[in-house]
Write a protein that binds this ligand. Structure first.
Ligand code: ARG
Ligand code: ZN
Length: 463
């Protein structure tokens, strides 16, 4: 679902358009091929145009010994234009069958685009369901700048699944861009003895037969594709609730067994604290997963941040849990605004430190501000994250400094009121930098263009 408003068509018009000839590519001007990208010029092929997904139903079977993933993904969507064909993002795999509304459809592959041509064109505003059956050995994505490997990554005992920015397509077909959020159902079958962890809450009890166990999970709040996970392997779990009453689940690989209670306790304490600073927790549970894959990073997977090959300390836990508000509940319309995720989550680390009576946000700000004029951070304006260097340190650190500069300019009371208003007004929706600047100006009554311009958009150190 996209939070931008759509044009409502009169029902009569929709039914006329839906009556196009059924067995051929449409000749009317009303049906077109959906665009191969969602319209983010920095990621021209990411996501797709012409429809809006409301729900993904992923049925997966993974065999660690052969690394083979067998999948059947059903996507419920609404056409936002007349569609003679539409694309899904999918990287690798053999696709054996695609059906639209239960009828087999023609399909083609080109790179990471799967083009689906339904027998009957889809009228604008019509709801449809597309089912894709596929299998193969997943190939994770690689980025040379600073992302490392991401996507569905096989491990010695299962898989580590962390997909930011565009790695969801390495394990399921979909509209792989944060501008289209949807709810998710997962059914994941693994060899008995392994645990499969996905977003949201477990549905029913794991069911074992013929040496295989199926785990079902449901994320009932809108979620961007890169936050979906199906991390699986050997895990020890601790379940319960935070003092504030939020469900909490920690899961650790046997190698990190000694970190189970720390991850559980810190995740609980930090989630509760963030609700006092950022507003109500947006999802049904919190927690964290520590896997034995040395990714070199963590990812804020919705409800279950994933730590790749290290026992996390409170700083990074405070960062990943802050993302549940910034990035997960409030999501990007376009990747260039990534500081709205990473600058906020980094600033959250400073706030956590301040809360714990350690270094203050002011001290952190001053330390970074003292960096020499020629430091790389000053040459990279964080307000426009670059597609080939998306996770540059500037997006994190100078993004956080932007928020501190703002806090100093408008005062603590207005600043923290702004943060809570921001998370409330856009809960489960999408945001842009312009919307944040507008809200900051409205709530403070100050003209803040020059502050934001200096901190976010100039390739030099602010005065
Ligand atoms: N959002 C993650 C974090 O804040 C970083 C993810 C980096 N992505 C990647 N593919 N390595 O910490
Ligand atoms: Zn982050």
């Amino acid at each position: 679902m996209r939070s931008s408003s759509r044009i409502a068509l009169p029902a009569a018009l929709i039914s006329v358009l839906a009556c196009a000839p059924s067995d051929e590519a449409p000749r009317t001007a009303d049906h077109h091929a959906g665009a191969p990208g969602i319209g983010d010029s920095d990621f021209p092929k990411a996501g797709n145009g012409g429809y809006d997904v409301s729900h993904y139903w992923l049925v997966l079977d993974y065999v660690p010994a052969t690394k083979r993933l067998t999948g059947e993904t059903t996507i419920d969507a609404t056409a936002t234009q007349g569609l003679s064909s539409f694309n899904l993002d999918l990287s690798g795999f053999e696709v054996s069958r695609v059906s639209v509304n239960g009828t087999p459809a023609k399909f083609e592959r080109a790179g990471d685009e799967l083009t689906v041509r339904p027998g009957t064109p889809l009228g604008p505003g019509s709801r449809f369901s597309v089912k894709v059956t596929y299998a193969g050995v997943p190939k994770p994505a690689k980025d040379t700048a600073n992302l490392g490997t991401y996507g569905f990554i096989p491990t010695s005992d299962g898989a580590f699944v962390a997909c930011e920015p565009d790695g969801a397509k390495t394990w399921f077909p979909g509209n792989d861009h944060p501008a289209d959020k949807a709810t998710f159902d997962f059914s994941i079958t693994v060899p008995a003895g392994l645990t499969a962890l996905a977003n949201g809450e477990m549905v029913g009890k794991p069911a074992t037969s013929n040496g295989k166990t199926t785990y079902r999970w449901r994320e009932g709040h809108p979620m961007v594709t890169y936050l979906a996970t199906a991390t699986l392997g050997q895990f020890t779990l601790r379940e319960g609730a935070t003092a504030g009453g939020i469900k909490n689940l920690a899961a650790v690989d046997p190698k990190f067994r000694s970190s189970l209670d720390t991850v559980y306790n810190l995740s609980a304490e930090i989630t509760d604290y963030w609700t006092t600073v950022f507003g109500p927790y947006p999802f049904s549970s919190t927690g964290g997963i520590v896997d034995n894959h040395s990714a070199g990073y963590a990812l804020e997977n919705q409800t279950k941040p994933l730590y790749g090959g290290f026992a996390p300390e409170e700083g990074i836990i405070s960062h990943e849990l802050a993302h549940q508000w910034f990035g997960n509940s409030l999501s990007l319309r376009r990747w260039r605004d990534l500081w709205l995720n990473e600058g906020f989550a980094t600033y959250a680390e400073w706030l956590w430190s301040e809360h714990k009576g350690k270094s203050t946000a002011e001290a952190m700000f001053n330390t970074y501000k003292a960096r020499p004029e020629d430091h790389a951070m000053w040459k990279y304006p964080p307000g426009r994250a670059r597609p080939r260097d998306l996770f540059n340190e500037s997006v994190y650190t100078r993004g956080a400094m932007t928020l501190h500069a703002l806090r100093k300019a408008i005062g603590d009371a207005t600043f923290f009121h702004l943060i809570k208003t921001w998370t409330r007004d856009h809960r489960y929706g999408h945001v842009t930098t312009e919307e944040f600047v507008d809200l900051a100006e409205r709530l403070s009554g100050k003209q803040l263009d020059s502050l934001f311009d200096a901190w976010l958009f100039q390739a030099k150190r602010p005065a």
